[in-house]
Design a protein around this ligand. Sequence first.
Ligand code: SIN
Length: 299
Amino acid sequence: MANRAEHCGGDTNSEPSLRPLTPNVGVEISGIDLARLYGDELVFIMNALNTHGALLFRNQRLSDENLVAFSRNFGDLDGAPVNENGKTAVPGLPELYVISNIEGSDGKPVGSLGSGEAAWHTDMSYLENPPDASVLYALEVPAVGGDTWVASMYAALDHMPANLRKRIEGRAIKHDGTYNSGGYVRQGLVANDDPLTSTGALHSAICAHPRTGRPVLYLGRRRNAYVEGLSLEESDALLDEMWAHATRPEFCYAHKWRVGDLLMWDNRATLHRRDEFDATERRLMHRTQIRGESAPRAL
Ligand code: SIN
């Protein structure tokens, strides 16, 4: 940790401060240079993540190594998944996933997800032990579009109609691992649109958050999801009702990116999605994921 007086980048002219972005999710933190944390800033950040679910830091100047080092403060990092173009991470930094529509010299995008919409999801919920948090840093952004939305699953559960909550209590959802949020088949898998046979993990619909212990709705992604023990028709109807409720505008924050923004979200307490953008524009984001230490626990 650096001494505060030694800070040279980021927004550090004042003490760390918080500005809520919406009533239910997201807070902007000012006054911290993420390249050089000092004192109890890490505790400040962790507490804010536990309370607000998503954190925005503006005007950061992070090298790839800075981004990995900042993320490692919160735990071990997952390796970047292989994307739909067969590419993995930034060379030399296996934890750094590239999300981009920019084409490399081989004519293929250097990163994942293209320029289309990325549907609502929480990262890698098809694993038994999904990542704890994700960190997304903006290097190039389009003038319009490509906004990233975050929704609080604490708020969604807290405000869930009693009759819907009763129907999901004690139920487990199968989280499909076939497709990523851009709709691409993951490397090494074949397309499979049958939720009963597709690959994935089962998680309780209502979990105790591993860090906060607070009850949280855990949906993963809609495509190929299945509520265990129901017929497919009953499962689809219940999932549609849950998803319509969970993504109500009052539970969401929509982030318009600027270069140097870093958005960090609690991957067990939020969903996120991305708007499409003009394919002729460039968007380049680097992402890390902090490894989850325990599987979602049923409530
Ligand atoms: C993601 O789903 O992790 C990507 C979000 C984005 O590109 O804004």
